[in-house]
Write a protein that binds this ligand. Structure first.
Ligand SMILES: [Mn+2]
Length: 296
């Protein structure tokens, strides 16, 4: 796989080479089906740029995560033939990463990219749970003429046969609500429930994880106060520590974490805090993957 001109973390070549890297970052700079504020095509680049300003010591896990190796691939190219051809390219890259025994990390870019990631993982792991952090249920069968719209990601995950666990939801249509009521393969934890009892809800989330686990982070799960740089902001989202507390328990649970993504960053010129949040979140999640390996 070809390396990108810049590396996640701004790390030395020695640690960003394909060979021996524990992680492979795949940038998905696409916002083809965005419906409100566009700009997610600039997300991956902004995350990688912000990541070069991070401390490379993970103060929670007490490790220098980059020493395990973080490869950054070239961007998924924009194809005007429609979303599906780009999702196929995500799937192809993920398969190569999985085959090489690395943990794939997708950076977006609109949320539909996750469909390509899940397609690759489902082929490798029959027993797959996808944990979707999101303000939106994303369970529409179609939106604005395509099933590959960013508003349909959850539904496509269900179609793939993976189990879906949703966290932080606070926006959906009547159609989606009806779908949820009759779906057995979906478990939804609403933002309002988290607000009432974070500890018990987190236990509920963890108890719903089976087999191999992929985590998809739509950044709009965070409150717009700390994450205004998204295409479809919703009030009442998670704070940094709330998200960290849930993610820690999910990532250090008994389940095997097979990859993750951080999606929907639409950078706002002059406001770097959201870009930095996304970069730090990505690095922390890598840190938990390593911390768990060391535990074993
Ligand atoms: Mn969303």
């Amino acid at each position: 796989m070809k390396p990108y001109s810049v590396s996640f973390g701004g790390i030395p070549d020695k640690y960003s080479a394909w060979k021996n890297s524990a992680f492979a970052v795949v940038p998905f700079p696409i916002d083809l089906t965005t419906t409100y504020v566009s700009g997610a095509r600039n997300g991956p680049r902004a995350i990688i740029e912000a990541s070069s300003h991070m401390e490379l010591f993970d103060e929670e896990n007490k490790i220098e995560t980059y020493r395990a190796g973080i490869f950054t691939s070239t961007e998924i190219p924009l194809m005007t033939t429609g979303p599906l051809s780009m999702l196929k390219e995500v799937e192809r890259r993920f398969r190569a990463v999985i085959k090489a025994g690395k943990i794939p990390v997708l950076l977006g870019g609109e949320h539909s990219g996750t469909c390509g990631a899940v397609a690759a993982l489902k082929k490798k792991y029959d027993d797959l749970t996808v944990v979707q952090f999101d303000a939106h249920a994303d369970l529409r069968d179609k939106y604005l003429g395509t099933p590959w719209n960013h508003a349909c990601v959850g539904r496509r995950i269900v179609d793939s046969g993976a189990k879906l666990v949703q966290v932080g939801i606070r926006s959906m249509s009547e159609e989606e609500d009806r779908f949820l009521r009759k779906s057995e393969g979906v478990k939804t934890f609403y933002a309002s429930e988290l607000r009432e009892n974070l500890g018990d809800v987190t236990k509920g989330i963890v108890s719903n994880l089976t087999g191999n686990v992929y985590i998809t982070m739509d950044l709009d799960v965070f409150d717009p106060g700390i994450m205004p740089a998204v295409g479809t902001p919703e009030p009442g989202g998670l704070g940094w520590f709330e998200a960290i507390d849930i993610l820690r328990d999910v990532m250090l649970s008994g389940s095997n974490i097979v990859g993750f993504d951080i999606m929907e960053l639409a950078p706002i010129p002059g406001i770097v805090a959201p870009d930095f949040l996304a970069a730090k979140l990505c690095y922390r999640m890598m840190g938990w993957v390593l911390a768990k390996r060391e535990e074993k």
